[in-house]
Design a protein around this ligand. Sequence first.
Ligand code: PXL
Length: 276
Amino acid sequence: MDNIHPSVMTIAGSDSGGGAGIQADLRTFNACKVYGCSVITAVTSQNPNEVRRVDTLPSEAVKTQMESVLDAIPICFAKTGMLANRSIVECVSELAEKYALNVVVDPVMVSTSGAKLLEDTAIEAMQKSLFPLAGWITPNIPEAELICSRALTTPSELTDAALELHQKYRANIILKSGHRIMSDKVTDIVCYQGQLFSLSSPAAKVSGNTAHGTGCTLSAALAANLASGKNWQDALITAKAFVYGSLCENVLLSDTLSQMYPPEKNYFDQVILNRL
Ligand code: PXL
């Protein structure tokens, strides 16, 4: 199948509430003008306040979804979100390697409302089989703490962690600090090919669970922008601006989605990339 727009695949869980997971990814792909394919790993029954139930698919079902898409559609980039357990992590890694996919890995572990979305034994599998295949890994601070097995509190601890992850897995890192906003800015740490940067955007004024799904949205926008041929800085800045714009417009919970995308140009101008 020849598409005018690049084709991108999300491998993630369904969020019945629509804020995160597959739903956020496909919405973001659409807004970023790439064709979205979806491989569903689990069905979560949730609303913005709570996850009530998680039904994980057999890894064979994940495998067949991936193969069905990859055998017929030219996927250049994939992003992973909720992978639920070890056998899904291993199956996704195996196929990502076989089909030489460019992968953005969002190491989803716990939902914003506190539900566990990845079994403990799968964290190790992710580090062993998936991270080394990733072009980008996009942990938030709690995820980076689990991956690095230590608390990360100060700015220099965050910088060290980003560099450590980069050196260990040879992937570019964006360490997202949205979960620990200390001022009116959200400053993420980026490690690209051994160089460290901080990437700041204004902290959007949101309440409660409106922020649910921002991690999914960022990694989906990054994968879409890279697939569209943007250089990494443009891809990342545009992705972050897109999340900021979505938050400001309350797009994650909005029913007037098509009018909200793309975010206004001035969201882009407010994002600054500084060399540390
Ligand atoms: O935002 C992380 C995330 C990813 N995927 C699914 C989720 C969540 C958070 O709740 O439900 C399916």
